[in-house]
Design a protein around this ligand. Sequence first.
Ligand code: MG
Length: 391
Amino acid sequence: MSLAPYACHPDHSRGRRFAQAPAPTRTEFQRDRDRIVHCTAFRRLVYKTQVFLNHEGDLFRTRLTHSLEVAQLARSMARGLRLNEDLVEAIALAHDLGHTPFGHAGQDALNACMQTFGGFEHNLQSLRVVDRLEERYPEFDGLNLCFETREGILKHCSPKHAQALEQQEPGGVGQRFLVHSQPSLEAQLCNLADEIAYNAHDIDDGVRSGLITLAQLQQVPLVDDFRREILLEFPGLAERSQGRRLLYETIRRMLNAQVYDLTAASAQALREAEPTNVAAVRQLPGLVRFSPGMAERSQVLKTFLLHQLYRHTRVMDTTRLAQQVVQELFALYLAQPQDMAEGFAARSKALVGSPGAAASMARVVADYIAGMTDRFATREHERLSGQRLLP
Ligand code: MG
């Protein structure tokens, strides 16, 4: 199927920071997707927390399976809207590369540690991974991805960091946060695919963990309307032994409903706004969207998950330990940079005596910790502190 005029076309990409000859058989966005799948940070996603810590169970989502689910949803919706599937796949697979170990707990702790050194934002860190931290090419740092992929990866950015990016790369990926324009439709789509994915899999993982129940979810219409509809069709699923089948069918219908709602609402918005190319898309309000009714139902579910799952006392207990691991690792490496892996220790050593050395050295430590998997962070913390805080 041909791309819509408002889709990102690889031949009209704004290009890479370092010019490279085209590949014989792959488009530029396919190449980006391939570079991401082969990079080190991507493989680490399998050992990084989504909500449940990696050691808590083998069936819970990790950052990797989450990213794959986002890619699946985004591709499926992209095809329906005639957007670029390769680009959404690249953005989706890379969108969480900058996540710290231990999920949001790790990110909050690292952000607190970095407060006086410019802070820590995971979206910006994902961009840092693909722009600088991956060391795989002889001629440049990072993966040298196309502008459109990098733009999609930088989902949010504070004005302060956007200004810094704009200085390094005028008119680049930081600009839209300063002039308040939109990214490509592919980037907009990945943003919502992320939401659809975690809303659904966090219900699954939450119920599997026993921290939330389907009965509790009766207060969430987006879930419960389907549960009741299914029980009318298949009364046998009310049996206790059929609980998981009922849960999966509920989640499946909920996912379908959101995917089709978003596709229809966005198609409608595109028909009304009639953008003729990507440049027009950037100047319009966001066009990838849920219908107002679905947006509201999705918000009710998000609020439920926040209070009942993400802030569940059992989640909060491990959260505190995870934060302690990150905070103590940060202090330990800052005091003894030679305890970091060789490349990071060398980067830190080279900064001694340079202007702004304290902030730059803290950034090296943050890069090192952010790259860690849950278990590596736990073991490193034990090695350096003599204390094992997590299994
Ligand atoms: Mg995500």
